[in-house]
Write a protein that binds this ligand. Structure first.
Ligand code: SAH
Length: 220
């Protein structure tokens, strides 16, 4: 799916392979997630001045007071969504940012819908994603608290910004048997995993401590 007409960048490929080894050492085991992260050029999603740091395991600034998430946290959340080798199916991502995680998701999900509340950031994500020619990623400008009722239900939902409570609309848009992962909390946050039972009911599990930018309301 990645456009092979772009010149390969061996330095970036080596740095990326080291990042994958680091993720393995930290306990990421899901080969489909590791393979997806090995395919997506993270350096193409950050500003040129930061490109040399793109494969460090750290969050990096994106402008607009937002950050591209730390690779370990991206891997951990995607591994939770894919737990047990489940296909991700139709995915909603809230918080497109620079588009990096959406690109990784495109390797794992049949369809990716990604929402961003800041129009200028969505434009940047669109131009970052264009050269990769990922046919299954759709970008939407809007408030992710509301989800995309016209496209729901989603098999998987992932939030890249922290909320103090689970957005009600998103729970309604999670298919039966589906899974959602999100950072929950304000000053102290954890990853929350929500499983929608096959016959109804929601099971919540609180996992690792994390630090994300806040989920805000409205658009700009
Ligand atoms: N997944 C991104 C990380 C983005 S950081 C990446 O790979 O780069 C979180 C993003 O969530 C920010 O861009 C922020 O503007 C966005 N965001 C915050 N609240 C939102 C909301 N209610 N709806 C949609 N996007 C939101």
């Amino acid at each position: 799916m990645i456009d092979s007409s772009r010149p390969a960048n061996p330095i970036a490929a080596r740095a990326r392979a080291r990042m994958i080894e680091h993720l393995r050492k930290l306990g990421i085991r899901d080969e489909t997630v590791l393979d997806a992260m090995n395919r997506i050029p993270r350096h193409a999603f950050v500003e040129e001045a930061l490109a040399s740091r793109a494969y460090e395991d750290t969050a990096l600034p994106l402008g607009f007071q937002q950050t591209i998430s730390q690779p370990f946290v991206v891997a951990r959340m995607l591994e939770l969504l894919a737990a047990g080798g489940r296909a991700l199916g139709k995915t909603l991502e809230v918080g497109t940012g620079c588009g990096y995680q959406a690109a990784v998701l495109s390797c794992l999900s049949s369809d990716v819908y990604t929402m961003e509340r800041i129009a200028k950031l969505l434009d940047r994500a669109r131009s970052n994603l264009r050269p990769l020619r990922l046919p299954n990623v759709r970008l939407k400008h809007g408030d992710g608290n509301l989800g995309l009722p016209e496209v729901a239900p989603f098999d998987t939902i992932i939030l890249a910004a922290a909320a103090s409570k689970v957005p009600e609309a998103l729970l309604k848009q999670l298919a039966r048997g589906g899974r959602m992962v999100m950072p929950l909390g304000t000053s102290s946050q954890v990853i929350l995993m929500i499983e929608h039972g096959a016959t109804g009911g929601f099971k919540e599990t609180r996992l690792d401590a994390v630090r994300f930018v806040p989920l805000l309301a409205g658009t700009e």
